[in-house]
Design a protein around this ligand. Structure first.
Ligand code: AMP
Length: 280
């Protein structure tokens, strides 16, 4: 097994980064790792000569009412999983290291952050782009690995990398799911038993819409209604939004023609879950 070096500060990162074999692959995470994260790490290990993983529960992407303090953490387990996976460098910056007193410079993508998650979570993507830009600047990876689970996040990061001329290839990986279809997420641990069972309804609704599409349905409204019907049939689920949007622009569609992103956010009790599916 390889040596997993663990560091905290930007200065330590700079020194460790200097001796990493190129190309460097980078996987930013908020920790409490599951198979979804590990699929990104595995891909990074396959495609890069060395791999850096960060664990940082980024306060600026949480709203004041969000679950920042309750966000699950298990550093010891994460460390072990990353060591087994063959990661070279684990960076666990502190909030003070990331946002020292006087911090006031933000990275913000505009149009692409307005719909979907951005509409429901004001300020979320400003926190994401700012922290990812800071992480990218420090790690200077040739490749960075993200999950399609957070589809809008991938689109926003791709936009930022293009707009700011960052020489980084953004690699997006498929959603890893539980046996019943529930997309893996650190937040799934908040679900009680009944909510956990009901949670498979998100993927079921996506599959139903996909099946309608395969049968020839091209009205975006009809596809949204198929999904909505399945979510509202589940008494424990409370729908926040359903979207049938153009994959690149994230603009809502009337008629489905090209590459399409179906996505939704649903509350089960107090836990907010998101999922999506791409077709066309
Ligand atoms: P997080 O720790 O939630 O910030 O996630 C870190 C990275 O893992 C992000 O790029 C996520 O999109 C990705 N990720 C989270 N869950 C999954 C999943 N079920 N399948 C694939 N990637 C995932």
């Amino acid at each position: 097994m390889n040596e997993l070096q663990e560091i905290v500060t930007f200065e330590e990162l700079r020194i460790a980064r200097a001796s990493l074999p190129e190309p460097v692959g980078f996987v930013p995470t908020m920790g409490f790792l599951h198979e979804g994260h590990l699929s990104l790490v595995k891909r990074a290990c396959e495609q890069s000569a060395s791999v850096v993983v960060s664990i940082f529960v980024n306060p600026t992407q949480f709203a004041p009412t969000d679950d920042l303090d309750a966000y699950p953490r298990d550093l010891e387990r994460d460390r072990e999983l990353l060591r087994e996976a063959g990661v070279d460098l684990l960076w666990i910056p502190t909030p003070e290291e990331m946002y020292p007193p006087g911090f006031q410079t933000w990275v913000e993508a505009e149009k692409i952050t307005k719909p979907l998650e951005g509409a429901k979570r004001p300020g979320h993507f400003r926190g994401v782009t700012t922290v990812v830009a800071k992480l990218f600047n420090a790690v200077q990876p040739q490749m960075a690995f993200f999950g399609q689970k957070d589809a809008q996040q991938v689109a926003v990061i791709r936009r930022m990398v293009r707009d700011l001329n960052m020489p980084i290839e953004i690699v997006a990986s498929p959603i890893i799911r539980e046996r019943d279809g529930l997309a893996m997420s650190s937040r799934n641990t908040y679900l009680n038993e009944a909510e956990r069972q009901a949670a498979s309804v998100l993927y079921k609704s996506l599959l139903a819409a996909q099946s309608a599409y395969k049968k020839g349905e091209r009205s975006a409204d009809s596809l949204r209604r198929v999904m909505e019907g399945i979510i509202t049939d589940e008494p424990l689920a409370r729908l926040e939004y359903i979207s049938c949007a153009d994959y690149d622009s994230l603009e809502e569609l009337t008629v489905v023609s090209g590459k399409t992103l179906l996505s939704l956010a649903v509350y089960l009790g107090r836990t907010r879950l998101i999922d999506n599916l791409v077709f066309g």
